[in-house]
Design a protein around this ligand. Structure first.
Ligand SMILES: Cc1ncc(COP(=O)(O)O)c(C=O)c1O
Length: 397
């Protein structure tokens, strides 16, 4: 059986239109299935970062802010991310962490709604913790009530008291993909605003922010966008909201005339309004370089390969592993699946440790979930078959 699956993997790799993208990354013999936590290093990034450090900082010094491209990097790099998430230019600004951008987005959205009768901020009850913590604080600060809601039950929880809803496009633990178009429409029907966290979807599938009328969105760049550890996050404010967007962190770099250094705040227009303080240039320009790997890549092709990879992994696990040894939490239907496979397993900590020792890197979500992220730009079908085979060996010990 393993021979026929290995043969199929080879044929799938040979027919893969994205196969060449792997050469753009620094990888080794390890099967790296943790790109949903930290994307791999695009091979050309160290040289570009060395230029930023040695020439732009070392030689040009302060001149790089103006003569170089430092000052405008947050908007410029935002515009590089825009096509990957279906946004027209001028709506995304890069900077700060996802956590900080969740704060800006939720408070900003409550202020946009500006209706005291809308008392509730609904938050995905299964969310990555930081979103929940920050949304709760944002709700308290704006005099609203936080209401945790399972995304599946969201439509019935919406009502005239709903101000804002914060949801994850893909659940970080199970890999479940939520219905962004349908839920955004339901939120709008209830008269509320939708804020989406794209950490686990941007770079793995089309998002369609503009097409689906999303109000605000945030996302990180160190997973499928390969920006590097702690690379800056981004904030999307739909153009129709920009003029009224009232940031809770109106730092000097979001001022209409930052170098006037006036005591009174006057917000800049456009996506610049989402900026706070001095941009973190080293990691921002590392991200900008990393985004080169997307040149000429179709996000639809990425999605098609992602689904083929996760289907194939599940098929191989089923074929190789002892029945009942792991239980898949990954939705079977494609419409509800992100780019990862999550397997529940009684001895998950031991299994993941052993997998990593044998060259298959996924990660663990305590207490009992094995997570495998499939990054279509550098994971192939032979990698996928090998990962399932090694997993079955580890499970049989
Ligand atoms: C859905 C989601 N939101 C937010 C974060 C983290 O945000 P930050 O970059 O601020 O640590 C993560 C991190 O993995 C995440 O998965």
């Amino acid at each position: 059986m393993s021979e026929s699956l290995a043969r199929r993997a080879a044929a799938l790799d040979a027919a893969d239109e994205l196969a060449d993208a792997r050469k753009l990354f620094t990888l080794d013999e390890t099967v790296y299935l943790d790109g949903n936590s930290l994307g791999a290093l695009p091979a050309h990034v160290p040289e570009r970062v060395a230029d930023v450090v040695n020439r732009q900082w070392g030689q040009l010094r302060i001149r790089s802010w103006t003569e170089g491209d430092w000052w405008t990097a947050p908007e410029r790099i935002g515009d590089r991310i825009s096509p990957l998430v279906g946004a027209a230019p001028g709506q995304i600004v890069v900077g700060d962490s996802t956590s900080v951008n969740v704060f800006k987005a939720v408070v900003g959205a409550v202020r946009l709604v500006d209706d005291p009768a809308r008392t509730d901020v609904l938050v995905d009850a299964t969310t990555f913790p930081t979103d929940g913590y920050i949304a709760s604080s944002a709700a308290r600060m704006t005099g609203r009530r936080i209401v945790p809601v399972d995304p599946a039950g969201l439509p019935s929880a919406l009502g005239p008291a709903t101000a804002v809803v914060l949801l994850n496009h893909v659940d970080y633990r199970s890999g479940r993909l939520h219905d962004l178009p349908g839920l955004t429409a339901a939120i709008h029907d209830a008269g509320a605003l939708a804020v989406w966290d794209l950490c686990h979807s941007a770079g793995a599938m089309p998002v369609g922010l503009d097409a689906h009328g999303v109000d605000l969105a945030v996302g990180c760049t160190y997973k499928y966008l390969n920006g590097g550890p702690g690379s800056p996050a981004y904030l999307y404010v739909a153009e129709r909201h920009q003029a009224s967007f009232d940031s809770p962190l109106p730092g000097w770099t979001s001022h209409a005339d930052p170098f006037a250094m006036t005591p009174g705040y006057e917000a800049a227009s456009g996506s610049t309004r989402g900026r706070v303080g001095t941009p973190d240039i080293l990691s921002m320009l590392a991200l900008e370089a990393a985004l080169d790997v997307w040149d000429g890549v179709s996000i639809e092709a990425v999605r098609a390969k992602s689904l083929a990879l996760t289907d194939f992994f599940l098929e191989c696990v089923e074929a190789y592993a002892l029945a009942g040894r792991v239980v898949s939490l990954t939705p079977v239907d494609h419409a509800s699946r992100g780019s990862q496979v999550a397997l529940r397993c009684g001895d998950a900590p031991r299994v993941m440790e052993e997998l990593i020792a044998r060259g298959v890197v996924g990660d663990l979500r305590r207490p009992d979930v094995l997570r495998f992220g499939f990054t279509p730009l550098y994971v192939g079908f032979a990698d996928t078959e090998r990962a399932a085979r090694v997993l079955a060996e580890v499970l049989s010990v």
